[in-house]
Design a protein around this ligand. Sequence first.
Ligand SMILES: *[C@@H]1O[C@H](CO)[C@@H](O)[C@H](O)[C@H]1NC(C)=O
Ligand SMILES: *[C@@H]1O[C@H](CO)[C@@H](O)[C@H](O)[C@H]1NC(C)=O
Ligand SMILES: *[C@@H]1O[C@H](CO)[C@@H](O)[C@H](O)[C@H]1NC(C)=O
Ligand SMILES: *[C@@H]1O[C@H](CO)[C@@H](O)[C@H](O)[C@H]1NC(C)=O
Ligand SMILES: *[C@@H]1O[C@H](CO)[C@@H](O)[C@H](O)[C@H]1NC(C)=O
Length: 233
Amino acid sequence: MMLPKVLAALVAIPTALSCVPRSTNGSMEVPETVPGPNEPSDPETVGYFINHFSLNVNNLTRSIEFYRDIFGMRHMFTHYLSPHITVTYMTHSQGGRNGTGYQTTDEMLRYKNNNGGHLEFIHLNITGEDIPGSPKQTSTLNHVGIIVPDVEATQERLEDYGVTIYKKVGEPMPSEGPLSRPATLGDATNLSDEEFAYFQEAMSQLNQLNIFAEDPDGNLLEILPLNEPPLFG
Ligand SMILES: *[C@@H]1O[C@H](CO)[C@@H](O)[C@H](O)[C@H]1NC(C)=O
Ligand SMILES: *[C@@H]1O[C@H](CO)[C@@H](O)[C@H](O)[C@H]1NC(C)=O
Ligand SMILES: *[C@@H]1O[C@H](CO)[C@@H](O)[C@H](O)[C@H]1NC(C)=O
Ligand SMILES: *[C@@H]1O[C@H](CO)[C@@H](O)[C@H](O)[C@H]1NC(C)=O
Ligand SMILES: *[C@@H]1O[C@H](CO)[C@@H](O)[C@H](O)[C@H]1NC(C)=O
């Protein structure tokens, strides 16, 4: 099972991760996780939920293969909407988050709007400039999060497939690549180097068990375990 392997990895974590010194933002000590309020949502919104995120992709075949072969997503459908524009849906259909169930494509389509967690790809099939991935911050998309039962097994899988990994299980936030730059947060012109370094240390602690990697278009992926350590430790 996951735990002993992960514990072994944690023992090997450098001391940089052992504890982030408390700091203050002027009015409160950080890092600190503050739960949200108990206020119920507007009853009129009962039944609303997030169904999909949509990525602009540079090469549709490559993106379908990546999310299908590495992460086990199924290709639900592609709409060929015009001579050069397609819309594709991918989804997990395994009988629940950690089950082994199987659904036919017809069944997946029937439940399309009952389930969340779909990925949509929009593909403009004309030659042109590559659309930059999320770390380039041309938009507000930061990353796509994927739950896996065993992060270390997934890490080996990513390595086998030659996926670019920016941060492995048990490693601190990297000092190179997109995650090493405040630009990955958007326009961080006014953030001091000191605060970014501090943030990186807090993130290293928060993300000990997580992997950060990239998809074929350079979008950041966060891969995290089902049984995450408690947020409020
Ligand atoms: C510090 O955090 C508190 C609580 O989130 C917030 O209200 C306040 O605006 C923050 N101050 C600064 C300077 O960021
Ligand atoms: C798109 O990706 C597929 C699969 O990786 C590859 O075989 C094909 O050459 C790519 N097409 C272009 C135009 O790069
Ligand atoms: C599946 O997920 C449930 C809920 O998180 C958990 O209790 C159970 O142990 C998991 N089963 C397996 C085989 O991982
Ligand atoms: C994109 O265009 C190429 C060249 O016309 C074609 O071979 C390919 O099938 C098209 N892909 C899609 C998804 O329409
Ligand atoms: C950010 O920095 C610019 C240039 O130094 C300054 O004009 C601006 O007021 C700053 N913005 C904030 C929110 O501090």
